[in-house]
Design a protein around this ligand. Structure first.
Ligand SMILES: Nc1ncnc2c1ncn2[C@@H]1O[C@H](COP(=O)(O)OP(=O)(O)O)[C@@H](O)[C@H]1O
Ligand SMILES: O=C(O)c1ccc[n+]([C@@H]2O[C@H](COP(=O)([O-])O)[C@@H](O)[C@H]2O)c1
Length: 200
């Protein structure tokens, strides 16, 4: 069984989840793993000197669990997909098929062991004002306290992005202000081309 692992990283509210969840509807044998599902419990996330909870760091995430899930997919993609979604039909008997894992999250390229697994890396970026606007209408658990975006989220984005750019150089940057359909068709066409090459 051949495998492809696609990384959809990006800024908070860049549109990672929206793009990622559309792909499995159009790609056979594909599944999404979201980094957001691996946040530690609030009681395990410390606050900084300003009192802001430090959610925008790898330490706030159970990366060990996320890596374990990806490892399980690598060992048996069909079995893992069926354990996640029993309605998925096994096509293991079909010749030359490829399983695709889409890994999405805001810090996926900042985690060295995870970053090495990607066959392709995308990063959705949006301007500060749009990011702040989109974030203000989103409700996290716990919700953002007043001043969190400018006092913590944005400075952490700049810090994490700098670290990413210092260590990873083959990222395809996508303009997250483009229409969702446009982003989807761009990434889908790219993945389909990779699938054709992988199947040869
Ligand atoms: N291409 C887009 N154009 C306009 N708004 C978008 C687009 N993609 C996502 N959004 C909106 O932005 C917000 C964050 O999207 P989401 O996909 O959850 O981002 P992320 O997973 O990167 O945090 C949502 O309100 C979503 O509807
Ligand atoms: O999901 C959670 O448990 C959670 C709790 C508090 C904050 N978050 C925020 O989730 C953001 C990353 O997710 P996203 O979807 O906005 O890229 C990050 O900026 C965190 O500040 C997420």
């Amino acid at each position: 069984m051949r495998k492809l692992i696609i990384g959809i990283g990006g800024m908070t509210n860049g549109g990672k989840t929206t793009l990622s969840k559309s792909l499995p509807e159009l790609l056979h044998n594909s599944l999404v793993i979201s980094q957001d599902n691996f946040f530690k419990d609030d009681s395990m996330v410390p606050a900084d000197v300003s009192g802001f909870k430090q959610y925008d760091t790898l330490d706030a995430l159970h990366m060990d669990r996320m890596m374990a899930d990806i490892g399980s997919w690598q060992e048996d993609p069909q079995g893992f997909m069926m354990s996640r979604d029993p309605s998925v039909k096994s096509t293991a008997s079909e010749p030359s098929n490829v399983c695709v894992l889409i890994v999405e999250g805001f810090l996926i390229f900042n985690h060295g062991p995870l970053n090495t697994l990607f066959n392709k890396r995308y990063f959705l970026q949006i301007p500060y004002e749009i990011c702040k606007e989109r974030r203000s209408s989103r409700v996290y658990v716990p919700p953002d306290p007043p001043g969190y975006f400018d006092g913590y989220v944005w400075p952490m984005y700049l810090k994490n992005r700098k670290a990413m750019e210092e260590t990873v150089n083959d990222i395809v940057f996508l303009d997250g202000t483009q229409k969702s359909e446009m982003l989807l068709s761009t990434v889908l066409a790219d993945i389909q081309e990779m699938l054709m090459i992988t199947q040869r």
